[in-house]
Design a protein around this ligand. Structure first.
Ligand code: ATP
Ligand code: LTN
Length: 333
């Protein structure tokens, strides 16, 4: 029996992934690789939608790949590669741009939010066409499932719409993918502003737990996270967004349930609870950070893994693109 396909991608836009990236997306990548035919890529072409320094882009791409491996993405169990190594992504991206409506693309909230922040003159056209390249990433591999955080749901819906439209116009070509979004962990919030999502592009990193940050710094960030009113450790996103966020983080990393944690901290204050979250997070991340640093020391090994991944990915991507071209009526070579 063939295993269901899964594909996901992450941008190399920062020196470190954060806890939201891990709990919202990468943790699912690791679990799914056990019983899925999994394709995971560092979407370096997507990172070009913001202005990047070449040396920094190279460094961040390798740090991203190293972190994925350290977090449990296993190149022996899945196909790990860089998007720019497979030219079919750009080629299918163009087809998707020709299929998407201008109005449809204009409704993407990620584009609206990001372009509003920087203003139209400083917004690249690539940021507008970003979701169509993302659709190509997914459809090239005929993915059944796409593990992402809640903020990506709209892009996956668009991908399904584009795939369905193509299939009905030109004949069955693409598998319709489904977003794979967990209920818990799908949205981890900023520790200082617990009503907005933890984000790499936050104004200040005080509320962002970075995987590559030192244990001391992360412990400090958790201990000085925003304090809600009251004193009880109770899950209540309306009244206690900060504590609820910390409970979600604790649960995801310690494996304990929310009622278990509420009982454990009954009669104790926020201080004790924060100290426990800090310990859980720091001890969880400590070996991951060290393993990432170790992998980065051996760049040759890392590049070899990525080359082998691209060789496997290319076989699937070539087949899908060639079927797509044929179904569109583009003359064969
Ligand atoms: P930016 O804020 O610059 O868009 P980001 O921090 O959201 O960056 P991405 O590279 O866009 O990071 O996201 C990578 C993956 O992590 C995506 O699947 C996304 O849904 C998920 N993700 C990002 N932030 C969170 C979060 N706070 N909680 C849960 N999942 C998240
Ligand atoms: N847009 C996504 C990154 C991304 C992606 C993909 C996710 C690019 N291509 C394909 C899943 C599948 C983001 O901003 N997190």
């Amino acid at each position: 029996m063939t295993r269901p396909r899964v594909l996901s991608g992450i941008q190399p836009t920062h020196d470190s992934f954060h806890l939201g990236n891990y709990l919202g997306a990468i943790k699912q990548w690791v679990e799914l690789q056990a019983d899925h035919d999994a394709f995971y890529c560092v979407v370096d072409l997507h990172a070009l939608t913001i202005e990047t320094d070449p040396a920094l882009l190279r460094k961040r791409t390798l740090v991203s790949a190293a972190q994925l491996i350290a977090l449990g993405v296993d190149p022996n169990k899945c196909t790990l590669f860089l998007q720019s190594h497979i030219s079919q992504h750009n080629q299918l991206g163009w087809i998707m741009e020709c299929l998407a409506g201008f109005g449809e693309a204009s409704r993407m909230t990620q584009f609206k939010d990001k372009s509003q922040k920087s203003g139209t003159d400083r917004t690249a056209v690539g940021l507008f066409t970003y979701p169509m390249l993302q659709a190509a990433d997914i459809l090239l591999y005929q993915a059944d499932r796409v593990p992402v955080g809640e903020d990506q749901r709209q892009h996956i819906e668009l991908t399904r719409d584009l795939a369905g439209r193509f299939n009905s116009r030109y004949g069955q070509t693409f598998q319709l993918p489904q977003a794979y979004i967990l209920k818990s962990g799908a949205k981890i919030n900023d520790l200082q502003d617990p009503t907005s999502k933890m984000s790499k592009s936050a104004a200040t990193m005080q509320g962002v737990i970075e995987i590559m940050d030192t244990p001391e710094s992360n412990a400090k960030k958790i201990k000085s996270s925003m304090t809600d009113t009251g004193r009880e450790v109770r899950f209540d996103t309306e009244e206690k967004p900060g504590i609820s966020n910390l409970l979600t983080i604790h649960c995801a990393l310690s494996g304990k349930t929310i009622p278990e944690l509420e009982a454990e901290f009954e009669g104790k204050g926020y201080g004790d609870f924060k100290a426990s979250v800090a310990e859980i997070v720091v001890e969880y991340l400590r070996p991951i950070r060290l393993r990432t640093l170790e992998l980065l020391e051996d760049e040759k090994y890392l590049l070899k893994i990525l080359r082998e991944g691209a060789d496997k990915a290319r076989i699937v991507a070539e087949k899908t693109l060639s079927d797509t071209y044929k179904n569109l009526g583009l003359v064969e070579r």
